[in-house]
Ligand binder design. Structure first.
Ligand code: URA
Length: 426
């Protein structure tokens, strides 16, 4: 293929055929097309966009660039993807909950970057937990326990790994067709038949407006539907963090309370909505009240313990996770009602305490974080504690305190904002 002609077609706003996209991807993987030509094409896509059929063909080519996991034969293989938020520990709750409801969750997840956390980091705050599994171990555990979450295999959609590194370095991440094809190539290769997308909207999310989130959700759903997957999407608010805990071990502790039928109401509500959507898509018709019984009866928690043990973790350590030893309180500046808890600022606070990374290879401190004592809409007295910072000997504390103080607003009155903004079906 002539890469310059391909780039020029997109630069002029033209449409690529599926064959052209497939040979561009295979030429890049084979080292025949250099990074600088791919980077030029990525920038042309940012400006010109892609049609629906082009985006679907790009996704297929990326999904076919490596291994595909075969989950056929397993009962109701389902998956969930979140576009990333602050305090978002839903996968930790959802995976055992869905398994307790009769579905199979065999999922690959990522690590945190910037102000957002990642499921694999959270799981690694459990003593002994192994996130690196062979294909055989992954499938065997899916079969025997009904739930397995491992780190993203390099063999799954390898074209996406190469593209993503280049996009990161060339300011070409923010494009709906590129984000949608990146996410969905991994989902298609991952083998689940029913997929629910949790597309976050707001200051703490990639997508700042409802219209942008809807466009991304619709694009990903169309790709999935064309590939024969049953797709649902939930658009959910990410102005304030989800739940009260932000930071890896703190979030695992909160997910455990949710699996024991307790914990923050927003976290429980979002997990129940996501669960009912993906179960309905996969043909398991359960109302939210019935799904909630799996949380309240201990069934989902039991499944969590079996899952953690199967991956080498110590389930008894869930009651006593390793948190950073030092704590500093932040108090309400005046009496009133909490009117904002900016998710982006709070995510940044955890990052500077050492709980998040700037570059993919940075080491992180799994025990640091921020634990909120109130949510937007709650009344507070002057000087009442509203957040506790968990830190290690004051590392990053001054900057984190500044972020937390900027994140907080107290007003005379404020109503809680809706969490679930829209449900979408194909
Ligand atoms: N997450 C992904 O996997 N890909 C993107 O492009 C953005 C977020």
């Amino acid at each position: 293929m002539r890469a310059t002609k391909f780039i020029m077609t997109k630069r002029e706003g033209g449409e690529h055929s599926p064959e052209e996209l497939a040979s561009f991807i295979s030429g890049y993987l084979a080292g025949e097309i250099p990074d600088y030509q791919v980077a030029a094409w990525l920038m042309a896509v940012c400006w010109r966009g892609m049609t629906g059929p082009e985006t679907a063909a790009l996704t297929e080519a990326m999904a076919s660039s490596g291994d595909r996991i075969d989950l056929s034969g397993l009962p109701h293989p389902v998956d969930k993807h979140s576009t990333g938020g602050v305090g978002d520990k839903t996968s930790l709750v959802l995976a055992p909950l869905l398994a307790a409801c009769g579905a199979t969750v065999a999922k690959m997840s990522g690590r945190g970057l910037g102000h957002t956390g990642g499921t694999i980091d959270k799981l690694e705050s459990i003593a002994g937990f192994r996130s690196s599994l062979s294909d055989r171990e992954f499938l065997e555990q899916a079969r025997s326990v009904g739930v397995v979450i491992a780190g993203q295999s390099k063999e799954l959609a390898p074209a996406d790994g190469l593209f993503y590194a280049l996009r990161d370095a060339t300011a070409t991440v923010g494009s709906v067709p590129l984000i949608a094809s990146s996410v969905m190539s991994k989902k298609l290769a991952g083998g689940a038949r029913s997929i629910v997308l949790d597309v976050k909207v707001g200051s703490g999310a990639f997508m700042k407006t409802l219209a942008e989130a809807r466009e991304l959700a619709r694009t990903m759903m169309a790709i999935g539907a064309q590939a024969g997957r049953r797709m649902r999407a939930v658009l959910s608010a990410m102005e304030e963090p989800l739940g009260l805990a932000i930071g890896n071990a703190l979030e695992v502790r909160e997910a455990v309370t949710c699996l024991q039928g307790e914990g923050p109401t927003d976290l429980r509500a979002l997990c129940l909505t996501l669960a009912s959507q993906v179960l309905a898509a996969s043909g398991i018709a359960r109302g939210e009240a019935e799904i909630a019984r799996a949380l309240d009866s201990g069934l989902a928690f039991e499944r969590l313990e079996r899952w953690i043990a199967a991956q080498g973790g110590d389930p008894t350590s869930l009651a006593n996770l390793d948190l950073a030893p030092d704590q500093t309180l932040v108090r309400a500046p005046r009496a009133g009602v909490l009117s904002a808890l900016d998710a982006l600022e709070l995510g940044q606070a955890v990052r500077v305490l050492g709980g998040g990374r700037d570059a993919k290879t940075d080491p992180i401190d799994l025990g640091v974080g921020v634990l909120l004592q109130a949510k937007v809409g709650d009344p507070v007295a002057a000087g009442e504690p509203v957040a506790t910072l968990y830190h290690r000997g004051g590392h990053g504390l001054e900057e984190a305190l500044r972020s937390v103080r900027r994140a907080l607003s107290v007003a005379d009155a404020s109503a809680p904002k809706p969490l679930i903004l829209e449900l979408l079906e194909t």
